[in-house]
Design a protein around this ligand. Structure first.
Ligand SMILES: Nc1ncnc2c1ncn2[C@@H]1O[C@H](COP(=O)(O)OP(=O)(O)OP(=O)(O)O)[C@@H](O)[C@H]1O
Ligand SMILES: [Mg+2]
Length: 448
């Protein structure tokens, strides 16, 4: 579609020259000679860009800019100022002009500035569209579950997205901590700003600090140029500090400061910076335990723990297993171009399993079954053997002690029966004293 540009300039030669130059580039142009006409035309058409002179007979170009912004919000404006009036240019940029051109300028310069402005506009729109798509992905329909436990989480998110408060997400591996963190960002009013993710456990201790806070040129060997940290990149948006329990103590103090008043310094820097970042942290560690052990600062814990969100384990929301199976079947059937279903006894077998790896483990199991399955329905014998074991009545994890205790109890009962509960005889046959037999009978709860 042809892009429309509005020019406002009282200088006729200038107006016509610019109009012709833009038309030659394939733009549709409307040129006005004063502010009133300009504002009127602006109200009538959808312009991709407005180019206005500052000094107009009836109005000031800066007022035009303000009026247009009031009307349209985001509007792309390039201001033309006379030579020597840099103050106007600065003022124009302050109130939201995209760029300015100082007269006299060449037509090349003019066209270049116009094209660049339109390019940035397209990129911005594209970005907003992409972000909008992302916020669709991270909406509740993509968080599967109808159990009371997950409903509680939904309710929590509803409240949390309206605030800027720090959120601490706790829960076992694979319970969906990152999914919830991402959802919070994309449902919050910061959704069109960046969400930066940092896995605190993924960096060696000496690198975490520079990753988070950035560094100045020469801050350490190898710091060839200044690098902004992740907090700076997350400005106006959110930062997701994953595995916060693994953050080295030395960095915890600095984090505390950002949480307190949004201030930080780059490594090797002296200048204090302010950032406006919403912090969402997650860990599968028990932070209270970490505090007791002296590995996590108490003050940081309380700053982080403003809104704690406890992700339930899959065991605590067993009734969601069938829903999640369906969800993952949909994903992997689509990915592998298959149409595989699952039998009800296979679902039952999965419901009887504990899922130490929670939803991630369930997702992996379904992926594996869909990939390997040769017929249309997944049956129990296609599930990984460790899941079936439990189904067949073989305890998944029994210690050697438990096994020998069971055997001992069974043997004592057998001997007692064979001696018609003659404890002296039984003790003799078992090779133990009467007293220890009596203790074992009590301990195992054997009725005699
Ligand atoms: N309720 C849910 N509905 C659908 N998919 C989910 C749900 N919860 C988690 N998942 C999926 O399970 C996988 C693991 O989730 P996620 O990475 O958010 O867990 P985590 O708690 O951060 O795990 P870890 O502690 O191992 O880092 C992801 O693929 C995620 O999309
Ligand atoms: Mg995670």
């Amino acid at each position: 579609m042809e892009q429309k540009i509005l020019i406002i300039d009282d200088d006729k030669i200038m107006r016509v020259t610019l109009e012709d130059a833009l038309k030659a580039q394939g733009f549709s142009v409307l040129a006005c000679e004063n502010g009133n006409d300009g504002m009127e035309s602006f109200g009538e058409g959808e312009f991709a860009l407005v180019i206005t002179d500052v000094r107009l007979p009836d109005m000031n170009g800066l007022d035009i800019l303000k009026l247009m912004r009031d009307k349209e919000g985001e509007i792309l404006v390039i201001v033309m100022t006379a030579f020597g009036t840099i103050k106007d240019a600065v003022e124009a940029m302050k109130i939201g002009a995209f760029d300015y051109l100082t007269k006299p300028f060449s037509l090349d310069e003019f066209i270049y500035t116009v094209k660049r402005a339109l390019e940035v506009k397209t990129l911005k729109e594209e970005n907003i569209r992409l972000r909008r798509d992302l916020s669709d992905c991270y909406s509740y329909p993509n968080i599967i579950g109808e159990s009371a436990a997950i409903m509680k989480i939904f309710k929590m998110i509803d409240k949390v997205v309206l605030t800027d408060s720090t959120v601490l997400i706790l829960g076992e591996n694979g319970t969906g901590k990152e999914l919830i963190a991402t959802t919070i960002h994309y449902q919050s009013k910061r959704r069109n700003q960046p969400m930066i993710k940092v896995n605190c456990a993924a960096f060696p201790e000496h690198l975490v600090e520079s990753e988070l806070f950035g560094y100045e040129k020469g801050a350490f060997t190898g710091a060839a140029q200044r690098k902004p940290g992740r907090f700076e990149r997350a400005d106006k948006g959110s930062i997701f500090l994953d595995e916060i329990g693994d953050l080295p103590l030395s960095v915890q103090v600095k984090l505390l400061r950002v949480l307190q008043d949004g201030s930080l310094e780059r490594l090797g820097g002296t200048e204090e910076m302010k950032v406006d970042v919403r912090v969402i942290a997650a860990t599968n560690r028990n932070l209270e335990e970490e505090m007791k052990e002296g590995r996590f600062r108490e003050d940081l814990y309380y700053r982080l723990n403003v809104i704690p969100v406890h992700m339930p384990s899959l065991k605590e929301r067993n009734e969601d297993v069938p829903l999640l199976i369906d969800h993952f079947l949909g994903i992997y059937n689509c990915r592998f171009g298959k149409r595989i279903a699952i039998s009800s006894d296979a679902v039952a077998a999965l419901m009887g399993y504990d899922f130490p790896g929670n939803i991630r483990e369930l997702g992996n199991i379904v992926e594996r079954c869909v990939t390997l399955s040769t017929d249309e329905t997944i049956t129990p014998d296609e599930l990984p053997p460790h899941i079936l074991k439990k189904q067949e009545g073989q305890p998944a994890a029994v210690t050697l002690n438990e096994v020998s205790a069971d055997a001992e109890k069974a043997h004592i009962i057998r001997i007692l029966k064979s001696t018609r509960v003659n404890k002296t005889k039984a003790a003799e046959l078992l090779g133990i004293s009467r007293k220890s037999l009596w203790e074992k009978i009590k301990a195992y709860g054997i009725e005699s």
